[in-house]
Structure formats: structure tokens, C-alpha cells
Design a binder for this molecule. Structure first.
Ligand code: NAD
Length: 509
């Protein structure tokens, strides 16, 4: 998987079932966010190297696309067992390059495994439909077939889980896959590639090319790439969707988010405060399903903010490989500084700064002096015009907005350009039901702050949080990675009278 120089290790590409050294001469740095040290360099693929990976995937498709469901699922079952056995190892790779705490990294592997579980049962999902005797001696069957070579382009914040939202179902459906993971934390996907090969996946069915816009743009333009799955920020998602669609590809592009949590006056405020803190500051806020805006209805605001503050102050920040740490660093120093700038400018834009985490140093870990650290920030009475509310900050900054009524709250949420996840906290079933129907978001939690659907339901947002028609994994995933074919069959009986010529449009009778 890697080669080592005197100072750093190198992450190479994975093409045709083996590690392939980069030839472009371009590399990117991979940093341990806890220490700030560059630990690894990752090869950046040229367009020609992407072409090599797509060619390997195309060649593999000729046999993999024809392979039996039994063959595919037996490999996936073996892969599932290997992944399960290597959870800790993959979580350690994630922590070393992303920074999230080990328990959180383990959680991401577990949620990725759910989609592998689903892929192991692809035979059920692909069993098609048959209608007999739709007309005299005529049967109709609907089948779904793989697309060919499909590409996945993934973000830094879930280096194991988000690729697993894509490739298990894609390859289970008979496609071959080229993954372009985030260049910031590339090692987990290489270990997954090794495990797939160990599970018996034929060479070329799963390939990994690392890199930046050069590699992505080649995948978007390559005539042999049939479909593109993307997860990342909204501006890039929009670009991917537009470009891939213009090039005739099927595309699903999941973007960024601003997830609201509506707290009604009758809510259990302790449960709501626990949920808000967990969902806002978990993974240092670097989750697309993080709660970043709490909307407090009526008189609950003061008590709720006090309870959130009390809990947030107790969160232990430290390196992800220290079991006592609850929150790790941010991905880069530049991102940390950008997150801090929202808090620094908050008061001038009308917010009350309840907690200011911008100046933070980790105690007890001298090796972490240059890490990308930031503390927890809590902003209250945030105006909807403030940058901290309008932008996806993607850091440990929670905004609280105050409204007088449910109606005002839902209008506020629905005016957001994002529509990824949202949640309501209440004891009123009628209000919760109304919220489910009225809110403009793809994933809704009722007293559940991070409503990430299980693997056999689909994940996806609305509005600027998803471009394309399909959500990811679940039934939508199988649908995205296959195309339909309908076969209409007549087997006449020898006793039938000849049908004769009939130029009329065929009717069933
Ligand atoms: P990003 O958009 O910067 O990068 C995502 C991928 O796109 C990476 O592989 C990157 O190399 C590539 N890329 C970046 N710039 C590009 C360009 N100009 N042209 C072509 N490719 C480019 O996102 P990120 O910072 O890695 O991840 C964080 C973002 O992802 C957040 O906005 C978060 O909300 C979002 N996200 C969304 C979901 C979801 O399900 N909706 C899930 C996870 C993360």
C-alpha cells in the first residue's frame, strides 16, 4: 500500500488489484491534525493515470458484470468479515489522518459496514419483477443491469464510511469502481482496497486514484465512466453535477448542510441539551449531519442555552488516540482559522458569544502544541443575517436562534438553502407529525439529533444538500447503480391461430 522515504511514507494508487506508484511527480501532504506534523505524502494522479485506472476497471467489467450473484455475494461476505476483524486498525488510520477520536472513527466504520451488510443481500434487491399473462400468452419481466465503470469522489470527514456508502452496492450490482478519496486522509481507502483483494475480489473491480481537481476532472470527462457518485461541499457538488451531467453521465452529488434542531417548549430540555451538544460538537462539528443551529421556541431559550453551556464546558478535547478525549482537532490549520473567524466576527454581527473556543491549547500533550486545535463555541440570539448562521462552518460552533412560535421556527428552517438533516425535540406527537410533513429536508429526526438512516434506507438531503435524483445507499443506491430493462415475451401455443399482420398500435387483450 505504501512506500517509505527517509522522512515520510508515501500513499500510492491502487489499480488492477495492486499498489501502483504515482508517475505524475506531484504529491500532496497528509498531516496528523493532532500534532500538525506532515506524516505522509500522497501521490496525485495525472489524467493519464486516471485513464489507466478506468481501463483496468473497464477490462474487469467484462467478466465481473457477467459474474453470478452467488460469486459476488460470497466475496462481499468475506469482505464483511475482514472489515469487521480490522475495525480497530481502520479506525486508527482514520484518527491519524483525520483527527477524530477513536470511538468516533469506530462508529464510522460500523455505519459503513451497514451498507456492506445490505450489499451482501443484493440478490434480494436485484430479483426483479415478473407479470404473467399481461395479454394472451404474454409475460413481462423487469430486470436491472449494471452500468459499467462507476466513479466515487469522497470528502475528508468520513474517509471510510462515505466510500462504503458507494462501492459495496456498486460492485454488488456488477459494476466496477474507481474511487478518488479525499487527498487529506487517503490511507483508510487503501487498507479497504487490500481487504477487498484479500476477500477474493478480482483485480480491477475496485481501484483507487488519489489526487485533486486534475484527477476529478478526468473522471468527469472520461467516456468510459458511466456514473459518478460525489459527496462533499455544496459548490463542488454543484460543479460535479453540472459537469458530469453535461458529459452524459448519471450523477448523484451530495453537498453541504446547515442542520437545524427545533426545540418546542414542551421538550425534555435535558435530553435536548444532551442531543444538541453531542450533535454539534461530535467529530469537532465536521459532520454533514452535525446540528449547527438550534431553534428555541418560546420561553425555553434561556434554560436551554444554560444547559448546553454547562455540558459543553465539560467536553474533554485532546488527541484522538487518547481514550479520554471526546473531541479531536480540526482537519487543517487553515480550516481551524476559518472556523475561528466566524466566532471572532459574531458579536459585531449581532450574536451573543456565550462560549468562545477560539483560543485553545491542549494540556498534557506537549507533542500537540502545533495541532489544529480549537475549543467549543456557543453563540446565542444569532440573527439569520449573520455569517455564522448563513454559512456551513463545519467546526465546533453552535448557533442558537430564538423564535416565538412553531410556525416561525419551521419558516426559518425552510428558508435555509440547505435541506440535509433536521430534528424536532418535543413530547407532542401531533407537532412532531406536522413537522415531518412540513419540513423541507431529506432526513428528519424526532427526538433524534443525527438522523442518519440505516443502510437499508437511503441517505440524502434536499435543496443545496443534494444535486441529482437519487439518494445514496438503500434502494436508491441499487437503483442508481443499475439501469432497468423490461422484457415482453410471447410464447404462442401451437394451437393458436396466426396473429396476422396488424399495423395498429399493440394493445393488450
Ligand atoms: P470538498 O468538496 O472540498 O471535497 C470533496 C472531494 O472533492 C474531495 O475528494 C476533493 O479532492 C474534491 N475536490 C475538491 N475541490 C475540487 C474541485 N475544485 N474540483 C474537483 N474536485 C474537487 O469537501 P471536503 O472539505 O472534503 O468535505 C467537507 C464537505 O463535505 C462539507 O461541506 C460537508 O457537509 C460535506 N459532506 C456532505 C455529506 C452529505 O452526505 N451530504 C457527507 C459528508 C460530507
Amino acid at each position: 500500500m505504501t512506500s517509505t522515504t527517509s522522512t515520510t511514507k508515501t500513499v500510492d494508487h491502487w489499480i488492477g488489484g495492486k499498489s501502483v506508484e504515482g508517475t505524475s511527480g506531484t504529491y500532496g501532504p497528509v498531516t496528523d491534525p493532532a500534532t500538525g506534523a506532515v506524516t505522509t505524502r500522497v501521490a496525485f494522479a495525472s489524467a493519464a493515470e486516471v485513464d489507466t485506472a478506468v481501463a483496468a476497471a473497464k477490462a474487469a467489467f467484462t467478466t465481473w458484470g457477467q459474474s453470478s450473484l452467488a460469486q459476488r455475494t460470497s466475496i462481499l461476505f468475506r469482505f464483511r468479515a475482514l472489515l469487521d476483524a480490522h475495525r480497530d486498525e481502520i479506525a486508527e488510520l482514520i484518527t491519524a489522518e483525520h483527527g477524530k477520536v477513536h470511538s468516533d472513527a469506530l462508529g464510522e466504520v460500523a455505519r459503513g459496514l451497514e451498507v456492506v451488510d445490505l450489499a451482501c443481500g443484493i440478490n434480494v434487491q436485484l430479483k426483479g419483477e415478473l407479470s404473467t399473462q399481461v395479454a394472451s400468452r404474454v409475460d413481462v419481466s423487469s430486470i436491472r443491469q449494471p452500468l459499467g465503470v462507476v466513479a466515487g469522489i469522497t470528502p475528508f470527514n468520513f474517509p471510510a464510511m462515505v466510500p462504503m456508502w458507494m462501492f459495496p452496492l456498486a460492485i454488488a450490482c456488477g459494476n466496477t469502481f474507481v474511487l478518488k478519496p479525499s487527498e487529506k486522509d487517503p490511507s483508510a481507502s487503501m487498507r479497504v482496497a487490500e481487504l477487498l483483494t484479500e476477500a477474493g475480489l478480482p483485480d480491477g473491480v475496485f481501484n483507487v486514484v488519489h489526487g485533486d481537481k486534475v484527477a476529478v476532472d478526468r473522471l468527469l470527462a472520461h467516456p468510459d465512466v458511466a456514473a459518478v457518485s460525489f459527496v462533499g461541499s455544496t459548490p463542488i457538488a454543484r460543479y460535479i453535477h453540472t459537469t458530469a451531467a453535461a458529459n452524459g453521465k448519471r450523477v448523484q452529488a451530495l453537498g453541504g448542510a446547515k442542520n437545524h434542531m427545533l426545540v418546542l417548549p414542551d421538550a425534555d430540555l435535558d435530553a435536548a441539551a444532551d442531543a444538541a451538544v453531542s450533535a454539534a460538537y461530535g467529530s469537532a462539528g465536521e459532520r454533514c449531519m452535525a446540528i449547527s443551529a438550534v431553534v428555541a421556541v418560546g420561553a425555553v431559550g434561556d434554560e436551554l442555552v444554560a444547559k448546553i453551556k454547562e455540558r459543553a464546558e465539560k467536553i474533554k478535547i485532546g488527541p484522538g488516540n487518547d481514550p479520554s478525549s471526546e473531541m479531536g482537532p480540526l482537519i487543517t490549520a487553515a480550516h481551524r482559522d476559518k472556523v475561528a473567524s466566524y466566532v471572532a466576527g459574531a458579536a459585531a454581527q449581532g450574536s451573543e458569544v456565550v462560549l468562545d473556543g477560539t483560543r485553545y491549547t491542549v494540556e498534557g500533550h506537549p507533542e500537540c502544541a502545533d495541532g489544529h486545535w480549537i475549543g467549543l463555541s456557543l453563540l446565542d440570539r444569532v440573527p439569520v443575517t449573520a455569517d455564522a448562521y448563513k454559512d456551513e462552518i463545519f467546526g465546533p460552533v453552535l448557533c442558537v436562534l430564538r423564535v416565538d412560535t412553531y410556525e416561525e421556527g419551521i419558516a426559518l428552517i425552510n428558508s435555509s438553502p440547505f435541506g440535509n438533516g433536521t430534528a424536532i425535540f418535543t413530547r407532542d406527537g401531533g407537532a412532531a407529525r406536522r413537522f415531518q410533513l412540513e419540513v423541507e429536508a431529506g432526513m428528519v429526526g424526532v427526538n433524534v439529533p443525527i438522523p442518519v438512516p440505516v443502510g437499508y434506507h437511503s441517505f440524502g438531503g434536499w435543496k443545496d444538500s443534494l444535486f441529482g435524483d437519487h439518494h445514496i445507499y438503500g434502494n436508491d443506491g441499487t437503483h442508481f447503480y443499475t439501469r432497468g430493462k423490461v422484457v415482453t415475451t410471447r410464447w404462442p401455443d401451437p394451437s393458436d391461430a396466426p396473429a396476422g399482420v396488424d399495423l395498429g398500435f399493440p394493445r393488450n387483450h
